[in-house]
Design a protein around this ligand. Sequence first.
Ligand code: NAP
Length: 474
Amino acid sequence: MQHTDLYINGSWHQTPDRFDVINPATEEVLASVASATTTDADAALDAAEAAMADWAARTPRQRSEVLRRAWELMTARLEDFARLITLENGKARVDAMGEATYAAEFFRWFAEEAVRADGLITHAPSSGARIIVQHKPAGLAVLITPWNYPAAMGTRKIAPALAAGCGVVIKPASETPLTMLALMPLLEEAGVPPGLVNVLPSRRAGALVNHMLHDPRVRVVSFTGSTGVGRTLLKGAADQVLKPAMELGGNAPLIVFDDADMDTAIEGTMLAKMRNLGEACTAANRIYVHEAIAPEYTRRLSEAMAALKVGDGSDPSVDVGPLVNAATRDKVAEFVADAVAKGAKVECGGVAPEGKGYFYPPTVLSNVPENADGVHDEIFGPVAALQTFIDTEDVIRRANDTEYGLVAYVFSGDFKRGLQVCERLDYGMVGLNRGLVSDPAAPFGGTKQSGLGREGGHEGMLEFMETQYISASW
Ligand code: NAP
């Protein structure tokens, strides 16, 4: 059964105001979903506060076992989640299965981390007092997630929050609220107590979230989405000095040196560019290829891109589904038109098909000029924008010349040179001879205007904890 109402205190609540969720492949209405108000937000925070008192007092092992059970249950239902992700987001089944698996893994990883909130005890060097350092649950957390990963961006926040002992209210993206609602019965079955996790879809995101950020019980705001909205939330978080975790936009450079293994570089580029059909903050946005290998690389990448099958993501033979909505598709088309007008060459794709669905074909552009809009903004679609370079210093400078710093990719057959370049890239994450960096066991996050804080790894749970130091004599 598809849930479409608000999830507060372990039960479903209808609202008079509702909004439609659209299937991007058919443009048909999939569901009419309840839209939360600030009154609903108060009820959700009341429930989370009450549930958290007991949850935070449970032993780490007890919290861990609930999270472990959530991983087992989700892993047994990956197909169901993948089907729903495809329906509301559009991504192809293979991408949706990848996301569902990744999403479930956060429950397993944080089940393992829940029992490792290690502290410290030591002697103060001068006074001889004991320094005791421990981590405690930070308090209620408001979680806000984007549409591009309807399951994983939620579990990447819920799992560490629960591991830390916090209660949460989550506001999923309006394009894709169904997956997060579908997760709630699974969490109940896993043993998450009523009220600990609440889900509030809303078509008034700004008012709803701002109201919660000003509730004195809230201590953490964890957001994944655009840098613009992130800035607004940071301003809202300032009033109560909330702990912010911000996973924001990217503008990932991908650098291919002339000594790179060509098969590895093409395979890595396809992953970095086409995972989630380019609708990813980690998507390779600017591809810099050494001039000596540019003709072969361009030909091989264009062949691989042109071979991908575009269509309704529900068809398992399809590689590339539609973009999430008309605005996203039109923005991708504008990036291509702008680059071509400024001198770029279309190697493949480049024309959106007629008919229903927000489709855009896998596209390769060569000779993309530095002043093209897509070099400075996230393309967020299946367009590979190629430039060339000769000099290593020059390509490092160009790669770093952005206000973003989420992820970069480097392909080189010389491991020493590869690592040296990685270290000089001002990015929170770098893939060396790999087109995929996301891993629940690693700290995901960016520098500069790509965000604050890290999700996953050992760092992820600490975003939901406060450090307490006790100075003791005995
Ligand atoms: P978005 O427009 O920033 O929306 C993200 C979430 O914020 C949605 O739930 C949205 O609700 C909500 N929101 C919008 N305005 C708000 C406001 N004034 N106050 C509070 N919440 C508000 O981003 P998007 O278009 O969904 O996602 C794409 C962006 O996310 C890209 O820039 C991408 O790079 C970034 N992203 C980053 C990461 C990362 O880990 N760094 C991962 C994935 C995506 P509504 O849907 O109801 O408007």
